[in-house]
Design a binder for this molecule. Sequence first.
Ligand code: TMP
Length: 220
Amino acid sequence: MSGIFITFEGGEGCGKSTQIKLLNDYLNEQGIQSISTREPGGTEIGAELRRILVTGDKSKFDGVAETLLYFADRRIHLTNKIWPALKEGTWVISDRFADSTTAYQFYGHGKKIEMADLKAIYKLAVGTFEPDLTIILDIDPEIGLRRSFSKADGMAVKETRFESIGLEFHQNMRRGFLEIAKENPQRYVVLDANKTIEEMHKEIVELVEQRFIGKQWKLI
Ligand code: TMP
């Protein structure tokens, strides 16, 4: 028995964490064992990598170093948390996974890394494993960044390293997510993140029920 692996993706301030919490609670209410986690920072070591990656000066390292650090976090996340949970039959919902690296470090930074190199790093760190479903919450970066900065106001340590990179980076990243989604409509679903929290939750539940529940999983 293996659990289902669902990832949420999208730009800053798209509302992923709210939707992940709602979906995780919903699944648990249905009697499905599921956990939510995130990248970077889904493990104890990952939390240290997260601090390095998302705080401080935007140019403290380049896109190549970022890519390697994100994949180091991902590898630890997979081996220490995601794979063991899935093996037990637990569903795992992750706030970001490898598509974020493609969107941010490849598209965002203007394709300075070769796609072939990115694929090679993916193969090394992740192998042939991939999410069963990826939900992309699409938002105009100008709106998302505004939301994200106002959230950061209340943070003791400001996680705004990426927010402080210019708008063009975020527009590239958004286009990147939309291109990735087009390549594999089976795995990716793009949802409009301008809708209300309740509307989006309803769409996500319908999607997950259609895809998975009643097949190998039954509502209890
Ligand atoms: P979060 O704010 O959604 O938790 O994500 C943390 C930041 O890390 C966000 O600005 C996006 C960025 N990020 C990447 O640039 N590449 C990645 O592979 C991941 C997982 C996140």
